[in-house]
Design a protein around this ligand. Structure first.
Ligand code: PXP
Length: 240
């Protein structure tokens, strides 16, 4: 199981003071050295963390791949077609949210998301759709012929007790269902050092995208060690 390290919150710290440090470029290079299988970043419409120039500077530097998270809007499509990351993960976006809340609604927004996804695919970008672990959403992703979905693990992370167990089962079923249809399954959101184990155990998940917890851990153990520790947990539990 691969680990995509999301470096948005390195940029959050930089933007908090308008400095040019900490460097997102150094963060990406060191994360790759520490075992990251891809570097994930989200260019939000309000530019609260990543800036346009970060994308252009990061793209030639990365040895693994760039997984660019974007809202399915024309402004972001234009930028993606210019930067040409290996992967684009389309995510819903609301300005007032603290972070991405919930997955895309592929039923309500079918034609807009399909158009954007087709344009990216035609340019050679692999498209992933960030969705809740719901079968009706996966059916729409199959209909859109995308190669990848990313299952939203935010509810799993937030819920407690029986509700958490149920959400885990939903993620397991959704993974099996999408794999049977030939879609690659990634997962992420809200995963940290204490809750990633059960997700890592799920057979068929290709990549976990994790950001906030790794940046937070890095404050105490250092950036590379934080990536190494997460990678070690994933490797240990993915095998079991
Ligand atoms: N996957 C997607 C699609 C996301 O939008 C985010 C948050 O940017 C993540 C994964 C990572 O979430 P977290 O920062 O909670 O690990």
């Amino acid at each position: 199981m691969d680990l995509g390290v999301n470096i948005d919150h390195i940029a959050t710290i930089r933007q908090a003071r308008g400095t040019n440090y900490p460097s997102v470029l150094d963060a990406a290079v060191l994360a790759e050295k520490a075992g990251a299988d891809s570097i994930t970043l989200h260019l939000r419409e309000d530019r609260r963390h990543m800036q346009d120039k970060d994308l252009y500077e990061l793209k030639p530097l990365l040895k693994t791949k760039m997984n660019l998270e974007l809202a399915p809007v024309n402004e972001m499509l234009k930028i993606a077609l210019d930067v040409l990351p290996e992967d684009v993960c389309l995510v819903p976006e609301r300005r007032e949210e603290k972070t991405t809340e919930g997955g895309l609604d592929l039923i309500k927004n079918f034609s807009n998301i399909k158009n954007i996804s087709d344009e990216l695919s035609n340019a050679g970008v692999r498209v992933s759709l960030f969705i809740a672990p719901e079968i009706d959403q996966i059916d729409k992703a199959i209909e859109m012929k995308v190669p990848i979905i990313e299952l939203h693990t935010g509810n799993y992370a937030d819920f407690k007790g029986e509700e958490k167990d149920k959400e885990l089962i939903k993620i397991q079923h959704a993974t099996q269902y999408a794999r049977k249809a030939g879609i690659l399954v990634n997962a992420g959101h809200g995963l940290h050092y204490e809750n990633v184990q059960n997700i890592a155990k799920i057979n068929g998940i290709h990549e976990l995208n994790i950001g906030h917890a790794i940046v937070a851990k890095a404050l105490f153990v250092g950036w590379e060690n934080a990536v190494i520790e997460m990678k070690e947990i994933i490797n240990e539990f993915a095998k079991s």
